[in-house]
Ligand binder design. Structure first.
Ligand SMILES: [Zn+2]
Length: 397
């Protein structure tokens, strides 16, 4: 069962070469144009990818700039608060001074010190100077208070402006973050596009290789090319030989009764060790080693004009292929046995010959049982042109 699964897996992995990829190309030239288009699509997606990535990076930079500015502004706000406190203290001090001076004015007639100061004037003019001086001191201090108050207003305005700026910056950060989100979505779309294009490029390249290896011309229609070069018909499995026994029921020479079914065509006239070829392009589907009846056997899967076939080769001396190998009609899959060299284990052959079978379906895959496959066997002489029994052929065609 495991072997069958393996065979199927191998088959599935080789057959899609022709059928996969959403290609509408009819020939290599068109297929190459599709490849170029996929490459352009990939390049465009790659461009979009890196452009989006750098947009994301610059948005991230802008966010970190805004965050730095918010931090700086916070310390500016702190400084402004401290300045306001210091100015308030200065204002208090100055107001006290002013109050003292005003008191001096108010009690000018009663205060001795002031009177002494005034009346110690040596002349009328000195008296006036002294009176004006004390007024000026009051005026000066008044001016100081005003300027301190102005500075407080300035600091409060600064504080407000900075707070507004913080709101503005936080909003900007929010906008940038949602921009990054949508850029991230765009980026994943472009990454997916690039990956899709890449897998299209690879499968198209595989298709191109497949058709190039088949020898298809640049403008040759694939269907024609595959039919001629991919789907060969059957050739004889040997370069020379003669039919020694036919496929089918043998008729009793006396009673005319049909007896003993022979599942293939026996081809003799070759020494043990002679090359045996695959009758058509295909894949090795099944191998049996040293069966007591049939000896070493190779079964090859083919698809000819859309129909599945298996060819079988029995009594082989050597087997040159393994299950899963792709073969052409030029591949030597083994050598003729059935004589003395295989006599130690082979009991159903008395001399060197090839027992060659053709059946519909894939024995081991479509039909797991040998008996079922046998019911779908064809007479090889109806598929491949052989000369009459006893007459030698010297060509595989
Ligand atoms: Zn036979």
């Amino acid at each position: 069962m495991k072997k069958i699964v393996l065979v199927l897996t191998i088959l599935l992995s080789i057959t899609p070469m022709v059928t996969n990829a959403a290609s509408n190309a009819n020939n290599l030239k068109e297929l190459r144009a599709e490849l170029a288009a996929y490459k352009a699509k990939k390049a465009a997606a790659d461009n979009s990818k890196s452009r989006t990535q750098s947009e994301i990076n610059s948005s991230k930079n802008a966010i970190s700039n805004a965050q730095n500015e918010i931090e700086t502004n916070k310390s500016k706000i702190e400084q402004a608060k401290k300045d306001i406190q210091a100015l308030n203290i200065e204002i208090e001090k100055t107001k006290n001074k002013i109050n003292e001076l005003i008191k001096v004015h108010e009690i000018s007639s009663k205060d001795k010190a002031y009177l002494e100061y005034i009346f110690n004037a040596k002349s009328i003019s000195d008296l006036i100077v002294r009176m004006k001086a004390s007024e000026k001191i009051a005026d000066y201090n008044d001016g100081l208070v005003t300027s301190y108050e102005q500075k407080i207003i300035e600091n409060e305005t600064l504080q407000k402006d900075l707070a507004n700026r913080e709101i503005e910056l936080n909003k900007k950060i929010g906008d940038l973050e949602s921009a990054i989100d949508s850029l991230g979505n765009k980026l994943s779309t472009f990454i997916e596009e690039a990956l899709d294009a890449q897998s299209d490029i690879e499968s198209t390249q595989k298709l191109i290789n497949y058709y190039v290896n088949l020898g298809c011309g640049e403008t040759e229609n694939f269907n024609d090319c595959v039919k001629i070069k991919g789907d060969t018909g059957f050739l004889k499995p040997l370069n020379k030989g003669t039919i020694t026994s036919h496929f089918g029921y043998r008729t009793h020479p006396v009673t005319g009764q049909k007896y003993k079914f022979h599942s293939g065509t026996d081809i003799g006239g070759n020494a043990e060790g002679t090359n045996v070829y695959s009758a058509a392009n295909g894949m090795v589907g099944k191998i049996i080693n040293k069966a007591s009846c049939g000896g070493n056997q190779v079964y090859i899967y083919h698809t000819i004009n859309g129909v599945k076939y298996t060819t079988g080769y029995m009594h082989l001396l050597t087997i040159n292929v393994k299950v899963g190998d792709t073969v052409t009609n030029q591949t030597v899959i083994g050598t003729v046995g059935g004589g003395k060299k295989t006599a130690s284990y082979e009991r159903c052959s008395t001399g060197p010959h090839l027992h060659f079978m053709i059946g519909k379906g894939w024995y081991g895959s479509t039909y797991v049982s040998y008996n079922t496959w046998v019911t779908n066997l064809l007479n090889p002489v109806n598929v491949i042109k052989f000369p009459a029994q006893g007459i030698f052929f010297y060509s595989r065609f």
